[in-house]
Design a protein around this ligand. Sequence first.
Ligand SMILES: *[C@@H]1O[C@H](CO)[C@@H](O)[C@H](O)[C@H]1NC(C)=O
Ligand SMILES: *[C@@H]1O[C@H](CO)[C@@H](O)[C@H](O)[C@H]1NC(C)=O
Length: 394
Amino acid sequence: MGRSRVFLLLFLLVWVTEGLTQPKFFNVMDYGAVGGGKTDNSKAFLKAWSDACQWNGKSRVVVPQGTFKLYPVIFSGPCNGPIAFVIRGTLKATTDPSSFSAHSWINFRYVDELTVSGGGTLDGQGASAWHLNNCKSNPQCQALPISMSFDFVTNAIVQRIKSYDSKNAHFKVFGCHNMDFRKIRISAPADSPNTDGIKIGSSYRIRIARSRIATGDDCVAIVEGSKRIHVSKVFCGPGHGISIGSLGGYANEDDVVGVVVKNCTFLGTSNGVRIKTWASPYASKASNFTFQDIFMDDVLNPITIDQEYCPNPPCSQQTSSSSVQISDITYKNIWGRSSSEVAVSLVCSKSRPCKNVVLENINLAHSNPPGRSSSVCLHAKGASHGSQTPPPCL
Ligand SMILES: *[C@@H]1O[C@H](CO)[C@@H](O)[C@H](O)[C@H]1NC(C)=O
Ligand SMILES: *[C@@H]1O[C@H](CO)[C@@H](O)[C@H](O)[C@H]1NC(C)=O
């Protein structure tokens, strides 16, 4: 065989494999979607998803520029190939109260190899519903839809998506494995209730990176059954910080193991890095967490473990101490300013004291008025190394 024939064969081979890897596009406009933000597009979106999901090969659902009103939708797998959901325009939730009982607005479930991207926006229209979220003042309070949720999704990437004014959490991850969130922009007013940025539970290997979160509740909330969670280069504020918990709220909760929070910035938040558990009889473990290379400014409670968590007393099932065992927690290179005097508060369980808590190179001064900050330890065992402001209580 001549040299030119070999080249021709190679060329054909590359051309054919390229062809196989090109995704097939499913534009929602071809399914009758209408922009303008007035017409409900859920039927068109569901049909486009269904065809893309059944396609034997790579597929891509495309939402073009424009504003598309959307009632709650469930995009279900399993699909026949890798699938991308590309949002270039704005998806607008409805303010119709009949939709408020849905668990989520946009739900992906049982999908493997999912990508959600496109630089577009989820507009949750939360202002129409937040008043229903306050159970203290409103007996008609109810759980509102999460803007975008993922249930039993594996090997997924969510990137370059903006979420505004969610009714409940902006994003929620449940029962998922191997997911990356990158370059996410989240925003909701500081006083909007229950608007967690990204909430993770019962999931394994979830990474959040290069994202900006400004919201009314936790920027990132990591709850029971979360394992190997990695949060890096996240800017949080306003918001309630990055929280693990609350844990111990139910019987038979799964442990939270392996959380890394690195290279993050907190600005004007009520907490920085927080672990919270109810004082209840429900036992579980919270261990192997590292909080490292973190800058905080104007943060009310920069470093906190609260094992007596009870935001609205009296709390049900309340016991004298928490049954959640906290161990192997490292705080390293955390600097900036605390807006309250107590910059480090480690309030652990009397019956299960925290084990191996390490404070290393902490520099958190009291900003307002400028001065000495302090630390509080209760039933916390561990050590401190390097420079320490406030003076460590370990
Ligand atoms: C602790 O967590 C890190 C990060 O998730 C993980 O790589 C490591 O294997 C864990 N170590 C143990 C002893 O579980
Ligand atoms: C993380 O922060 C530390 C301390 O500021 C810095 O030295 C390091 O370069 C940062 N890492 C990345 C990947 O940005």
